[in-house]
Design a protein around this ligand. Sequence first.
Ligand SMILES: CSCC[C@H](NC(C)=O)C(=O)O
Ligand SMILES: [Zn+2]
Ligand SMILES: [Zn+2]
Length: 421
Amino acid sequence: SLFGSSDDTPVGRFKSYLRIATVHPVPDYKPPSDFLLAQAKEIGLEGKTLEYVKGKPVTLLTWMGTSPSLPSILLNSHVDVVPAEKDKWEHEPFAAVEDAEGNIFARGSQDMKCVGMQYLEAIRNLKAQGFKPTRTIHLSYVPDEEVGGVDGAGNFIASKDFQNLNVGVNLDEGLASPGESYRVFNGERSPWWLKIKTTGAPGHGSKLYDDSAFENLLKSLDSISKYRAEQFSLVKKGLRAEGEVTSINGVFLKAGTPTPTGFVMNLQPSEAEAGFDIRIPPLGDVDDLQRRIDEDWAPASRNFTYSFEEKVYPRDKSGRPAVTTADDSNPWWVLLKNAVVKAGGKLSKPEIFPAATDSRYVRQEGIIAFGFSPMANTPILLHDHNEFLNAKEYTKGIAVYEEIIKAYSSYAPDVDSQAEL
Ligand SMILES: CSCC[C@H](NC(C)=O)C(=O)O
Ligand SMILES: [Zn+2]
Ligand SMILES: [Zn+2]
């Protein structure tokens, strides 16, 4: 066929998509978009591209519902993947080699080309069964998630195009699960990427004096380290899940006077800097964290200045925690749970995603969003060497999406009770 595979089966088409190396730092977004548009045409979906940034198309596929005025369903996936260190892999990372056990090795096999193709395969099957959706279903294939999504989902979700889709519920990526239950995420922690910098008088390495830059920084590191230990101990004691505490991890340190072979060893430097990746849960205390930064970690009294490379506010536009209700009061939660069970799967308790996905842009709009990648019995290998997904597990996921799409697109309660949905 057009994309170099003669294997025109669900698994074959998955492999074809995996073989399109949409890899950072310079993914070519045209080939996957052409591939997806060709798939859409074959299945009978409307397809178009929206290009908010040149060379970074959002591919939007649509299955019109019979009641197109009802809020729609948006199935999102990102087309880009992180790089792979080829020589550390057992199989070429973009060859989509299937081993004797049916494991398909490729960068993107878990994160998240599986999901992007499973949506399409589920729709292909539903169409073949003669199913007619009541609500309209949109599939968005976005660029640049792996570099923060600003040029991808960020632009798309801020657009008039997106508003016009009238999205009622969104699905995006989750994580694989080594156990038999699928994981599901109803919120995520927000990144604050903090850089702190202090200055102090330089001096001889032998002299004890107050307020050296290095000493200023050590005090901050001490305070940060204590806070980190407190948060981590809540996880270690089993009192909180990983996504429910604030994490802070050092990511760089910068100080010293370089020589051609190392650093000057008897000179106390006049500047010291450090960087931290902080993640705040949706219900985390933003004011407390900000106070710690101002008073303990980067106080002006110790000559600090600070800046953020990233600072996502963990609330939606109305000031509510950017978290989706995942209990029986939310019909979209109930539908999801029941659909998974109907497909023969199990769903774990909802969790907060520890890192950031494109879902944050949707939840910030106050729209219901679940992170869900149907991969059970699968080691978590996103961004890792030898990322793989088993063909059987992939195929099970298609059946799961068939049930979800059926349930979601058929959901049409009485007109007066569905204003919010
Ligand atoms: C600020 S965007 C960063 C996005 C990235 N996402 C993942 C899934 O690793 C992260 O959480 O670091
Ligand atoms: Zn991803
Ligand atoms: Zn990723």
